[in-house]
Design a protein around this ligand. Structure first.
Ligand code: ATP
Ligand code: MG
Length: 339
């Protein structure tokens, strides 16, 4: 089914599961603001608090993280007037549609999800049912808006494919063309920012090691220290991208530099090829600080007025429900619920 019948609409979310990282900024937030400003789409952005509780969260910390995440969205350029900005739990249709999708998704599909395997670890029997069902809630987050495009980091590609499978199976099972087949938008030089300690692991806000990531609220000294200590190999930087093969840590730092500078990795290497890490790391630290420090000061400023943040979230949720209520009502009608 072509998506031309659906209005161009972007949805994406971030979990309030801890402080924001450089990965969240380059892979998601920065691109959310870009898509909002391009003006080709209606943009809807969400703090997905119901996803966060799939692993244990301290309740007071979760509330704080949700507000701080809202400040992070705004400080990164998401404008609550231009975009719809809210937290997931204030729009009950997300969870209601997720239940319907739990009856559409198959156990076998969810069993293949690598995020569940990574997060559940060795003790799968002890993981929450919510962590297993996470992808059907994510499909609901997207499809409750009939969103046509979803900007995400590379780690979410598999969940986006599942969203498409759920939409297609729902449409097929009920003989309708009701849900769009959503396009993932995974673009730019930093679709997968890696851990600073281990070039084979993605940078995550929930990683136990703070040295593995750059937080958006880290000060200049902390950013410089973390980059200086970032794991690398002993060789100089290559002049061409081909020279980054089998050098995941070097590739990661080049990709980060490229994303901040709005350059391609090729262009960066043309400038810094031949340099040692001891010279390149301070250049990267300076660039990162110049981009992140205005955002983190704006975040702290916004965090001083919690009532204002809560008001923004409530207002965003009201606007979101103008879209979600009719789509849920129609879904219930399609599946045979008496209204
Ligand atoms: P958690 O560890 O709790 O899962 P997270 O850092 O992975 O946190 P999410 O809320 O799961 O953050 O993801 C929010 C968005 O950030 C998603 O679009 C995701 O693809 C993107 N993202 C997360 N980590 C990275 C990364 N290392 N590089 C690029 N994008 C990322
Ligand atoms: Mg994640």
């Amino acid at each position: 089914m072509a998506n031309t019948a659906f209005q161009p609409r972007v949805f994406s979310g971030i979990q309030p599961s801890g402080g924001l990282t450089l990965g969240n900024y380059l892979g998601a937030l920065k691109r959310f603001a870009d898509m909002q400003n391009e003006g080709n789409f209606e943009t809807i952005y969400c703090m997905v608090d119901l996803h966060a509780i799939t692993v244990w969260q301290d309740p007071e910390t979760l509330k704080r993280n949700t507000r701080e995440l809202c400040a992070g969205f705004i400080a990164s350029g998401v404008d609550p007037e231009k975009s719809i900005l809210f937290n997931q739990s204030q729009v009950p249709e997300h969870a209601q549609l997720a239940w319907v999708f739990n009856t559409v998704a198959r156990m076998g599909w969810l069993n293949r999800m690598t995020q569940f395997k990574d997060k559940a670890g060795k003790n799968r029997e002890n993981a929450s049912v919510g962590l297993f069902a996470y992808p059907s809630l994510m499909a609901a987050d997207i499809l409750i808006y009939h969103a046509t495009h979803v900007p995400v980091g590379d780690d979410q590609k598999q969940h986006l494919e599942l969203t498409r499978d759920i939409a297609a199976k729902f449409n097929h099972d009920y003989g309708v063309d009701f849900f769009p087949i959503t396009e993932p938008v995974i673009e730019g030089a930093a679709t997968r920012v890696m851990s600073l300690r281990d070039g084979s692991k993605k940078m995550s806000k929930s990683d136990p090691s703070d040295m593995s990531r750059i937080n958006m609220t880290d000060d200049a000294d902390t950013i410089a220290t973390k980059l200086r200590k970032a794991r690398t190999d002993p060789d100089a930087l290559p002049s061409e991208v081909k020279g980054l093969e089998d050098r995941p840590e070097a590739r990661n730092l080049i990709n980060i530099y490229a994303a901040f500078a709005d350059m391609t990795p090729e262009q960066v290497l043309a400038e810094v090829g031949g340099k040692q890490f001891s010279e390149f790391k301070p250049m990267l630290a300076e660039l990162a600080v110049s981009k992140l420090s205005p955002i983190s000061s704006e975040m702290s400023r916004l965090m001083q007025d919690q009532d204002e943040i809560d008001k923004i979230l409530r207002r965003g949720a009201e606007r979101a429900r103008e879209i979600t209520e009719p789509i849920l009502a129609k879904t219930y009608d399609i599946v045979g619920m008496v209204r």
